[in-house]
Structures are given as structure tokens and as C-alpha cells.
Design a protein around this ligand. Structure first.
Ligand SMILES: Nc1ncnc2c1ncn2[C@@H]1O[C@H](COP(=O)(O)OP(=O)(O)O)[C@@H](O)[C@H]1O
Ligand SMILES: Nc1ccn([C@H]2C[C@H](O)[C@@H](COP(=O)(O)OP(=O)(O)O)O2)c(=O)n1
Ligand SMILES: [Mg+2]
Length: 243
């Protein structure tokens, strides 16, 4: 259901979307219900999307911990950085602009990134999303909320959980310089710029979610497994309700 409702054009008004979503919900449960009754089985309930933002400075271990969350809790992992790198590799119209922005340690315009994330969510059959490296600016946050508000009848405008991997700069620099994934931004010059951007533009987003009571801060120092032991209880607590 998530996929069908979300696939509706974002240019359509929210009230129309809400009505259509409600109609689709009713129609789908009705038709599914009839078919399932005929087979003598109970129709599964539609699942409400569950959105987690994964934030933290460059090299704080977001991607590494997302892999563990996927393995343990079955989320879909959407890395904003990976989606942007895929655009560069596919030589799309925005590819050159994205490459230059990433090399400079700056943030790609929100409409580009949000469009990529939205597309991935629409294509997913999963209802549990880990959105890694996003939102990195207030502009990112507001652009995404605008999309979510169009799906309001389904999920509301806020993420369910925001994880913040809190890591000392010295450690982040060490990790990024050892990352060895051939990334154009894994060099000392770019990392320094990225850390300045993180302080100036990303920390306000983290503070925003802290004030909203959505933030879970993880001390991102220690082994990968030790850090995951701080992450695990957060998702375990939601497991019953999320499905
Ligand atoms: N707890 C850890 N201790 C040491 N190195 C780590 C740890 N977690 C991740 N790394 C390594 O640090 C680098 C950056 O991790 P990554 O998950 O890509 O961070 P991010 O996505 O936040 O930039 C990778 O090479 C990764 O293998
Ligand atoms: N919301 C985002 C996420 C990433 N980007 C760009 C700018 C970032 O420096 C690069 C790389 O992001 P990525 O999340 O892969 O980086 P780290 O894993 O934190 O090292 O992509 C962006 O412009 N906007
Ligand atoms: Mg990453």
C-alpha cells in the first residue's frame, strides 16, 4: 500500500492525495478481504511506514551501522550519498554538478536529493526506511517534510526516529582517510571543509530533532559491535509496533 499511495504524483494537492489514499486503502482492504475470505485466511493489515534519519559527521560510522540495522531489523537502507554517487556514475544531467559539489565538501541542492530519496521510497516494498546522511541542512529537512506532508494521511510529517552518531573530529578524520573506497571526497582538504559544513549546517538539524524529543545519540567510539549494542535497544523497543 505504501508503494501505491506514495507513487501518486507529488504535484497533486494534499487533500486530493488524502482522499485518494483513503479510497485506495478502503478498496484494497475490501478486495483483499474478499479474496482472503474466499481462501479462508485472514488478510494482513497494511503497515504504516516507519522512517529513521541517520545523522552524524563524515566517518562517524553511519553506513557501517546501517548495514547492521538492515541485517538485524530488516530495514531498507537509503544512503543519500550513495544515491548521489549513482547519479554521477550514470552521467545524468545533474551528474557534473553533484560531483563538483561533493568534491568541494558542500551540500547538493535539496530538490535533487529529495527527488532521489522519494523515488527509492516509492519503489520499495519495505515500509521501514533508514535514510542515511539526510537531512544534512535545514533546507533538506524542510524539503523532505513538504513531501511527507503530501502523504500526511499515511505517516505525518516527522520521522519516527533520528539517530545521531556522535564522534570526535580526530577519529572521523582518521576513519575517512583510511576508508579506501576510492571516493573523491576522502582527502584531507575535502574532509576539513565537510567538518565545517557539518558544524554550521547539520548540527542545527540535529538540535531541532533533539528539541522535538526524536533524537537518539550514540557514542560512536569503540568497536563496530560495541556501537551496535547502543543502537540495538532503540529498534528493539519499536519492533512490536513497527512490524
Ligand atoms: N567503530 C569503528 N571503528 C573504527 N572504524 C570504523 C568504525 N565504524 C566504521 N569504521 C570505518 O570508518 C570508515 C567510515 O565509516 P562509514 O560507515 O563509511 O561512516 P559514514 O557513513 O558515517 O561516513 C569506514 O572505513 C569504516 O569501515
Ligand atoms: N543530504 C545529502 C547527503 C550527501 N550529500 C553529498 C555531500 C556529502 O559530502 C557527500 C557524501 O555523503 P555521504 O553521506 O555518502 O558521506 P559520509 O558517509 O558521511 O562520509 O554527498 C549531500 O549533498 N546531501
Ligand atoms: Mg556513509
Amino acid at each position: 500500500m505504501w508503494r501505491r499511495v506514495a507513487s501518486l504524483s507529488s504535484s497533486v494537492s494534499s487533500s486530493f492525495l488524502a482522499q485518494t489514499a483513503s479510497r485506495l486503502n478502503t478498496w484494497e482492504s475490501l478486495t483483499t478481504g474478499i479474496a482472503q475470505q474466499a481462501k479462508g485466511v485472514i488478510a494482513p493489515k497494511e503497515k504504516t511506514p516507519f522512517i529513521t534519519f541517520v545523522l552524524g559527521g563524515p566517518g562517524s560510522g553511519k553506513g557501517t551501522q546501517c548495514i547492521k540495522i538492515v541485517e538485524t531489523f530488516g530495514f531498507a537502507h537509503l544512503s543519500a550519498g550513495d544515491l548521489l554517487r549513482r547519479e554521477i556514475a550514470s552521467k545524468s544531467a545533474d551528474g557534473a554538478m553533484i560531483l563538483n559539489t561533493i568534491k568541494e565538501g558542500k551540500i547538493v541542492p535539496s530538490q535533487v536529493t529529495v527527488k532521489l530519496i522519494q523515488k527509492e521510497m516509492e519503489l520499495s516494498y519495505n515500509h521501514k526506511f533508514l535514510i542515511d546522511g539526510f537531512p544534512r541542512t535545514e533546507e533538506n529537512r524542510v524539503s523532505f517534510e513538504r513531501i511527507l506532508s503530501e502523504w500526511q494521511s499515511q505517516i505525518g510529517v516527522e520521522p519516527n526516529v533520528v539517530l545521531f552518531f556522535d564522534c570526535p573530529e580526530e577519529e572521523m578524520v582518521k576513519r575517512v582517510l583510511n576508508r579506501n573506497e576510492g571516493r573523491v571526497d576522502d582527502n584531507l582538504e575535502t574532509i576539513k571543509k565537510r567538518l565545517t559544513v557539518f558544524q554550521a549546517l547539520s548540527l542545527p538539524v540535529i538540535n531541532y530533532y533533539s528539541e522535538k524529543g526524536k533524537l537518539y545519540t550514540i557514542k560512536a567510539i569503540g568497536t563496530e559491535d560495541e556501537i551496535f549494542e547502543q543502537v540495538r535497544p532503540i529498534f528493539a523497543a519499536f519492533e512490536q509496533t513497527v512490524g
